[in-house]
Design a protein around this ligand. Structure first.
Ligand code: SAH
Length: 355
């Protein structure tokens, strides 16, 4: 049975499903989910991420994390965690860049949280020198200082969508007709979680909610508040979104999110405001939301690129220059992607970010 047939059967039995349930099935269905069945990254895959564009991204992130660790008195042991590590490229670059930081590697326990069995295997190979362990959820993070990075992780979490109708909201749902999937809308009703969005939206506007992100943030922020550490969340999005940001990518092209369930990457813009609210509720601090380009420039990405450039020429040099531009320029990833840091009340914010 194809994933489309499975979804149609589920809808016929239980009625239309939320966009969140649709995303969860498409991405993580045990045998036919997008992430469960493939390595989607890189030029042969469906999309490319910052660490896959250039090593300089992970290197400067590693130095920021190591500086937070030093600022907080070099606690040992500590957890060095990545959420959704993809191919393990970012963690490898972080670890290579911090090799010369005395005591950092000896004190770090590398912990990965990854839903895809295929990518877990790739990570095991890439990171075999660092003896990582995998845990199923943030709830299993050890009770000790935590340095955490999440790049393009929160955008893969399922979102629900709601259309404003008068003073109420209709949930956007996925239904079926004649075996084909289509969008529809559920009944109008109040939504407590959206009460603060009534003032800045009008009839017909669409807003999104990512409930799955909150319990994850709560655990991260609680660990950091009580044991110290820092977290860097990097993703595309803004304080909060307005409009439909659900997107499907296949072979680096945008496609219809309902066209090929399980075959295309599905993501949505990350709303950072609810993440910030959840962070504060745990007694943890967060930084201002900062464009990726600004963050990387403050961490010295240009100096790092110039150092690397000295050893390069021809096409290798051209691709380093292109990668630097792609990561930092406002017309490329520099502005669309944002960074928010978490840090304990008694400590300085992570380098590159402002309180
Ligand atoms: N951070 C990597 C990969 C980003 S792609 C990079 O920047 O290159 C998203 C990653 O999150 C993939 O590794 C995917 O398998 C993982 N992922 C998606 N949903 C997840 C979930 N619910 N739990 C754990 N990992 C998840």
């Amino acid at each position: 049975m194809s994933l489309t047939d499975h979804l149609v059967a589920r809808i016929r039995q239980d009625g239309p499903m939320s966009v969140a349930d649709y995303m969860a099935e498409c991405l993580l269905h045990p045998t036919q989910g997008y992430y469960t069945t493939r390595d989607p990254l890189g030029t042969k895959g469906d999309f490319t991420t910052a660490p896959e564009i250039s090593q300089i991204f992970g290197e400067v992130i590693g130095l920021s994390l190591a500086q937070s660790w030093m600022d907080q008195g070099r606690p040992a042991p500590f957890t060095l965690c990545e959420l959704g590590p993809g191919r393990g490229t970012l963690m490898t670059d972080i670890l290579r860049a911090t090799r010369a930081v005395p005591g950092f590697h000896e004190s770090a326990q590398v912990v990965l949280i990854e839903a895809s069995p295929v990518l877990k295997q790739v990570q095991a190979e890439t990171l075999k020198d660092y003896a990582p362990t995998w845990i199923d959820s943030v709830a299993a993070l050890p009770d000790q200082p935590l340095l955490l990075v999440a790049n393009e992780f929160f955008d893969a979490l399922p979102i629900r969508q709601f259309l404003r109708e008068g003073d109420g909201w209709c949930e956007r749902l996925v239904g079926e007709r004649g075996g084909s999937l289509l969008f529809g809308r559920g009944p109008n009703g109040p939504q407590v979680a959206l009460s603060d969005r009534l003032t800045e939206t009008k009839d017909g506007d669409l807003v999104e909610l990512c409930a799955a992100a909150i319990p994850i943030l709560t655990v991260m922020a609680s660990r950091i508040a009580s044991h110290g550490g820092a977290a860097l969340i990097v993703d595309y999005g803004d304080w909060h979104s307005l409009g439909d940001t659900l997107q499907a990518l296949q072979n680096h092209e945008h496609t219809d999110p309902l066209a090929a369930p399980g075959q295309a990457d599905l993501t949505a813009h990350v709303d950072f405001e609810p993440l910030a609210v959840a962070t504060r509720a745990c007694g943890c601090r967060h930084t201002r939301l900062t464009p990726q380009g600004v963050f990387l420039e403050r961490l010295g990405i240009t100096a790092r690129a110039q150092t690397l450039a000295k050893a390069l020429s021809g096409s290798e040099l051209d691709s380093l220059i292109a990668a630097h531009r792609r990561l930092t320029h406002p017309d490329e990833m520099g502005n669309l992607f944002k960074v928010m840091g978490l840090f304990p009340a008694y400590a300085a914010p992570p380098p590159g970010l402002e309180p």
